[in-house]
Design a protein around this ligand. Structure first.
Ligand SMILES: [Zn+2]
Length: 993
């Protein structure tokens, strides 16, 4: 057994050589329990960094510097394309094949402004090396077929295939993906800042691709870019986990055999400092019926220090947190309190994935005429800080946050190794010290020493890098209701001109090429090609479920669930209040109530003072609204959960704070309340375009089950409408609003409603239990209210109009609950359909960025979704035809194995200590026992094509009759769809008018 609280003992020493590598440096990083090896491949000069730890989720990543020289999206299209097969693995989409035939816990590829990274992770050693082997071969020896370039990049085709009189259109996966990105205000704002702040560097270009420029990219340029930059001499290999360094080096020596050292000039040049501040103006899309008043975004962005100057960049990161990081931050406060806008722009803060750090601060939903005043206010505030200094408590709070987040083992949607990797590349890519950002105890010590030596250090740096720094941009982004129309119009004109300039012969050729591409796409990979991918066997999959240590007890009659798990001295506390009995009219208020209660003052302190207390003692404090069906669907659960985390030494203070907030919250500050409501409104509004498919799923699901209905009511467009309404009528209805929150508090905060969930090691659990009693003593005990009536569900066939150039389509069916024998098979079905049927028709042939199905037994729904989709009617037909497809096509035993493996991969996805404790709580609410989970797993592992087919026939032919549909799209696309459909989408607007 290994001691998880220590770093592994070194296996190699600096100066040592092994398998053709030279070890340059070995360092122990006790703060993150890692032993780090910096290594060089002697022959090619490839750089290697291994962070050896006791984590069994190993990560492997290859990174290249890929500086773009235009905005054709070359690095991005290449990133998609190398995953489409190599000589050794000649499959059309190896990425997808690896997704479904391995127990990968993470597999992805990222294009940054100046680098491209390919990471994979697994908890099983053979699987890990299989993945690493294929991934390395793909990036170093890709096939780079012309067809791949056309499919992933861009190509021409006719809107009606074979009809040369129909419109000529551009298609391509990256092309469509970027059209989506160019509809999102946040990414447009960020792009404008980056281009203007770094005009002479690679950051002046969009490595992702500008849809107007993508079509100019040629196949030859595409191949050349790979030849130039994808060489081991330009590569950085990053590894993390419990596999030893010598094992990695042996593997890498095999992968790098045959390569020579080549000279590559890929260094990222620094941007020269500009002397005159710039002012830029731009526009972003807004809904046709939305009001244009108070919708301008005003930002100031500064180019600051080089990333590799760690001493300076750390101070700048602290200053950024001081200025805008919390609600007690002086610049954030000044901007919000000015009343000129609603809240900070989402780009506010520091951006460290650029060679020279960028800091930005700005106001959302203001007017263009206030831009100068906003600029003035920002500078007045900064000058005031320079003259009078920062609040010491605020600085201490930021230092505590660095310590906390350095210590915390985070495993959310990506592996812990990924966050370490991100940190490493911020300096490593520019030839700085890769380990410098990982040593957080050293960093805090360093800052404290410098702060003691010079108590004015933060003020001085604020003066130097912000007040006196003329390398900055004032950006004014205005809403434009015709933004998308203009784009669409100029696109149509361009295409019409192009078409009229081509001869009949040339048009016919385009048609032939498009048809050949479709044919290539629809051809199956040969069984020999498919067999080249090393895969796990069903026998290699662990048979037994992973269990979470759990113990039930009572503290003053309140049920407590404890999980004794290694957390690196951090305790996680969840306070779950039952909300099943909250009256229907109060249900929509719950999310705002959570936001307001955790963001206001309490116990005689203002919200700023509370915020500072929180930053000094906790790693985070938030709330969540959860709902789901019980294991046998006998009932549904609804909980409001307040969660916080703290270092053991801070637990007593943290519990006092929570006790003050829940027991003694102060709702009297109306200005603050209005700001919090605006913030939630803006967050919801800007979430829609980037995750339209999730909103579409919620909208449709609401027709089918109570949990899905609540999910929409709390998190979907119903909630957005409610919050918009509350924000707009705040002045006239604030009394009533407060009264509602007060009654909610009375209903909710009651000892009889509460279950406590604790996750920590034994000593942390002990401190938590000793202190939580004080909190319980403050909670009133009243008798539990009776369960109230449920809302009635009604059918949904909705078209929801949004300002976007692409569509999001959801087709949702009702399903049985967890213990139903069909459930394990439906889970496999979701994977099988996503991997085959939907992937092929929605993504590859339809040109959407994504097509997927998902089964959620807890909400009781099965969903078909498309993401950034150019189609609506065709997509709905594809969803509708699923059962028909499977009744005509066999599922081979190999396909079945893959579907089983990817289903197991999904349910075995590792979670961090906090997530483990939380998951166990959810299971206990739903009544899901380990026996039920084991049976579920057994059923997945023993599923056969025949059983799967039976469920598909039974299930989808009947259920499709009760399907609910929701489409998020541009109004003209919805109209167009309605003209072609018998049953019409019920069109609605969601934004303010
Ligand atoms: Zn992409």
């Amino acid at each position: 057994m290994s001691d998880q609280s220590k770093s592994p003992r070194p296996t190699l020493q600096a100066g040592e050589e092994l398998h053709g590598f030279r070890v340059l440096r070995v360092e122990t990083l006790p703060g993150i329990r890692v032993t780090a090896y910096e290594i060089e491949h002697k022959k090619t000069g490839a750089k290697v960094l291994h962070l050896h730890s006791f984590d069994r989720e190993n990560l492997y990543a290859i990174g290249f510097r890929t500086p773009p020289y235009d905005s054709t999206g070359l690095p991005h299209i290449l990133e998609h394309s190398v995953l489409a097969g190599s000589e050794k693995y000649p499959l059309k989409d190896v990425f997808k094949e690896l997704m479904r035939s391995t127990l990968q816990t993470f597999i992805n590829a990222f294009t940054y402004p100046d680098k491209t990274i390919y990471p994979v992770a697994s908890q099983i050693k053979t699987d890990f090396f299989n993945l690493a082997r294929v991934y390395t071969d793909l990036v170093l020896h890709p096939r780079m077929l012309k067809e791949t370039f056309l499919q992933e990049g861009h190509h021409l085709e006719f809107s009606k295939p074979d009809d040369l009189s129909s419109d000529l259109i551009i298609s391509g996966i990256v092309y469509n993906e970027m059209k989506g990105a160019y509809s999102s205000p946040d990414s447009l704002i960020f792009k404008a800042l980056q281009e203007n702040l770094y005009p002479d560097s690679v950051y002046a270009f969009d490595s992702g691709g500008d849809p107007d420029v993508i079509p100019t990219l040629t196949y030859e340029q595409f191949r050349e870019f790979h030849r130039t930059y994808y060489s081991p001499s330009n590569a950085r290999f990053f590894m993390y986990g419990d596999i030893t360094t010598p094992e990695h080096l042996l593997f890498l020596s095999e992968m790098l055999a045959g390569f020579k050292r080549v000279k590559i000039n890929s260094s990222i040049k620094s941007q020269k400092r500009i002397k005159t501040p710039l002012v830029i103006r731009g526009t972003y899309p807004i809904g046709r019926d939305e009001s244009l008043q108070h919708k301008t975004m005003v930002n100031i962005a500064w180019m600051t220090s080089d990333n590799t100057d760690y001493e300076t960049s750390l101070v700048l990161e602290i200053i950024s947190a001081l200025l805008v990081g919390s609600s007690a931050s002086p610049l954030r406060k000044a901007l919000i309190d000015s009343g000129m806008g609603e809240d900070l722009t989402p780009v506010s803060g520091i951006e460290a994935d650029l060679k020279q750090l960028m800091f930005c601060a700005g106001l959302r939903n203001t007017q263009s005429s206030d831009a100068q005043k906003i600029e003035q206010l920002i500078f007045d505030t900064l000058r005031d800080i320079v003259a009078n200094g920062y609040d010491n408590e605020l600085i201490e709070g930021v230092l505590h946050q660095i310590e906390f987040h350095g210590k915390e083992i985070v495993r959310g949607s990506y592996p812990y190794g990924i966050s370490l990797m991100g940190n490493v590349f911020q300096t490593w890519l520019y030839d700085g010290d890769p380990l410098i950002g990982l040593d957080f105890p050293g960093a805090i010590e360093n800052i404290r020493r410098r702060w003691t030596d010079d108590p004015q250090i933060f003020q001085k740096m604020t003066k130097q890098w912000f007040v006196d720094n003329r390398h900055r941009v004032l950006s004014i982004m205005e809403p434009d209701a015709d933004f998308n129309d203009k784009k669409e119009k100029s696109y149509r004109e361009k295409m019409a001109n192009l078409k009229s300039s081509l001869s009949v012969n040339e048009l016919a050729q385009i048609n032939v090429q498009a048809k050949e591409l479709k044919k290539f796409q629809s051809e199956q990979d040969s069984p020999e090609a498919a067999a080249t991918i090393p895969k796990l066997k069903i026998e290699d999959i662990p048979k037994a479920i992973d269990t979470i240590p759990s113990q039930h007890s009572l503290i003053t009659e309140v049920p407590v669930l404890e999980h004794d798990i290694f957390t690196n001295d951090i305790a996680y506390v969840d306070l779950a209040f039952d909300i099943t009995h909250v009256p229907e009219e109060l249900q929509p208020y719950l999310p705002l109530m959570g936001k307001i209660i955790t963001g206001m003052g309490a116990a005689g302190l203002t919200y700023e003072e509370m915020d500072k207390r929180i930053a000094l003692t906790m790693g985070g404090f938030g709330y969540d609204l959860v709902t789901g069906l019980s294991a046998n669907a006998g009932k549904s659960l609804q909980k409001m959960i307040f969660s916080f985390k703290a270092l053991y030494r801070n637990l007593p203070d943290a519990i006092n704070i929570v006790s003050d907030i829940i027991g003694d919250g102060d709702l009297s500050n109306e200005a603050r309340m209005r700001d919090l409501i605006s913030e939630r409104k803006n967050n919801l509004q800007s979430a829609i375009v980037p995750s339209g498919h999730i909103f579409a799923k919620m909208a449709a699901g609401a027709a089918l089950t109570l949990p899905a209905y609540r999910d929409e009511q709390w998190h979907g467009r119903t909630q957005l409408k409610f919050v918009q309404n509350t924000a707009n009528n705040f002045n006239s209805s604030k009394q009533e609003f407060r009264a509602k929150l007060d009654s909610l508090r009375k209903i909710l905060f009651n000892r009889n409603n509460l279950v406590i969930n604790l996750t920590a090691e034994a000593d942390g659990l002990k401190i938590a239990k000793e202190n939580i009693i004080r909190f319980l003593d403050k909670l009133p005990t009243t008798s539990k209210a009776k369960t109230k009536a449920e809302p009635s569900l009604s059918s949904v066939f909705a078209g929801i109009s949004i300002p976007a150039q692409v569509s999001y389509v959801a087709y949702v069916l009702k399903t049985p609950a967890f213990t139903d024998p069909a459930c394990p098979l439906l889970m496999i079905a979701a994977k099988e359909m996503s991997n085959n049927y939907l992937y092929k028709y929605i993504r590859v042939q339809g040109g959407a960025y994504g097509g997927m199905s998902s089964f959620d037994p807890s909400l009781g729904i099965f969903s078909f979704l498309s993401y950034r989709d150019p189609h609506i009617v065709e997509t709905l037909k594809i969803f509708n035809d699923v059962q028909d497809f499977y009744s005509r096509n066999e599922i081979s035993s190999t396909e079945m194995e893959k579907a089983i493996i990817s289903t197991i991969g999904m349910i075995d996805k590792p979670v961090g200590p906090a997530g483990r404790g939380y998951t166990s709580l959810m299971r206990s609410f739903a009544g899901i026992t380990d026996n039920m989970r084991q049976k579920f797993r057994d059923d997945i592992l023993s599923a056969t094509p025949l059983k799967l087919k039976d469920v598909l026939v039974d299930y989808f032919s009947n259920a499709s009759k009760s399907a609910a549909v929701a489409v998020y799209s541009a109004p003209e696309k919805l109209d167009e769809a309605n003209n072609r459909m018998e049953e019409k989408l019920h069109i609605e607007n969601i934004f303010d008018t």
